[in-house]
Design a protein around this ligand. Structure first.
Ligand code: KG4
Ligand code: ZN
Length: 334
């Protein structure tokens, strides 16, 4: 079965074709980062309009590059939520309409399910059950994945998500949008010994996170510096990154102990962070747990993870009626 996947939940237009026998056949991604850069963050209305401009050409480009004809596609999967409502409606409307025109089934996918299953696109895949640390711009969650569609939430952020903390801290330090990757790049040049920030909520029991206080610590530290040069900024960025990574590791260690699971999957945009990946590798090796993560471009938003999740759901016979909807807020316990 050939499934066309469509992702438009935020500022990336992603499309992909997944074959249930041969795997991923192709994927295309268009990032709106440049469009939003001058505003310092995503402008929802501009995002929707750009998805409208880019989605159909991107699908045509994907079909041409993979040499697949539209009448060979057997199903369509589109991100139905959570995300920006206008952006979601573009992908949902295009996905549902193409499916109607081509007389094939369509299925709406939960964006986080896409992230949760993205590591399945790699050559070495985890087997169920496994623990997932989902770290994106909108969510920080520890989830026990028992099977496709069987997810239990073990803990989550009570305020800012890890990615959001990266983005907001980057903004405070005057870095350009998109902040997370820029902050990570700056942190590479930082001395880890010069500053230290707290590891929030690690002294309390439980698996919840809180990252909103970190940005305030960063801001106060930066303002209290007499010498405000690039090296000091890099040192602060490094201390911030270390605080986030340490906190995530402490909570993963706790979740592994609590569940007895021995496979850990890292998913979501922050999963692309080099330092996090290295530290997670060391940590899981030490405790004899297998670590899986998608390649960096499949950590951040993409069409491939939606096509994959769609292929699984369509194979189970799930499909949307002609009347479709999008869900800007949507719990994963569906
Ligand atoms: O999963 P994603 O693409 O979108 C959401 O579903 O939210 O995640 C985007 C988030 C942003 O907050 C971005 O700053 C962060 O992931 N991110 C990173 C890195 N690359 C992306 N954070 C830290 N280091 C990175 N290398
Ligand atoms: Zn995402």
């Amino acid at each position: 079965m050939l499934v066309l996947g469509i992702e438009t939940s935020c500022d990336e237009t992603g499309v992909a074709i997944y074959d249930s026998i041969q795997g991923l056949l192709g994927h295309e991604l268009y990032s709106q980062a440049e469009l939003h850069a001058k505003y310092g963050g995503v402008v929802p209305e501009l995002a929707s309009r750009d998805h409208i401009r880019k989605l159909i050409p991107l699908i045509k480009q994907l079909l041409a590059k993979t040499n697949i004809k539209s009448n060979e596609i057997n199903g369509i999967a589109y991100t139905a939520g959570p995300g920006l409502i206008g952006a979601l409606l573009v992908g949902s409307a295009v996905g549902r309409s193409l499916a109607w025109a081509w007389q094939i089934p369509a299925v709406g996918i939960h964006h986080l399910e896409g992230h949760l299953l993205a590591s399945m696109l790699e050559p070495s895949t985890p087997s169920f059950p496994f623990l997932t640390l989902l770290v994106s711009g909108g969510h920080t969650q520890l989830i026990e994945v028992t099977a496709v569609g069987e997810y239990s939430l073990l803990g989550e952020s009570v305020d800012d998500a890890a990615g959001e903390a990266f983005d907001k801290t980057a903004k405070l330090l005057g870095l350009d949008y998109p902040g997370g990757p820029a902050l990570a790049k700056l942190a590479e040049r930082g001395n880890p010994k010069n500053f230290h920030f707290t590891r929030p909520m690690t002294k309390q029991p439980g698996l919840n996170f809180s990252f909103s206080g970190l940005k305030t610590q960063v801001l106060t530290t930066w303002h209290s510096q007499k010498l405000k040069n690039e090296q000091v900024k890099a040192d602060i960025a490094r201390a911030f990154e270390d605080a986030v990574v340490d906190t995530l590791i402490i909570k993963c260690r706790r979740a592994i102990k609590q569940t007895g699971l021995n496979s850990l999957v890292i998913a979501g945009g922050v999963g692309a962070n080099k330092h996090l990946r290295e530290r997670m590798e060391q940590f899981t090796q030490q405790i004899g747990v297998e670590l899986f993560y998608p390649r960096p471009i499949f950590c951040t938003d993409n069409g491939a993870m939606i096509a994959y999740a769609g292929a699984l759901r369509l194979a189970k016979g799930q499909q949307e009626p002609l009347e479709f909807s999008a869900h800007p807020r949507w719990s994963l316990d569906f």
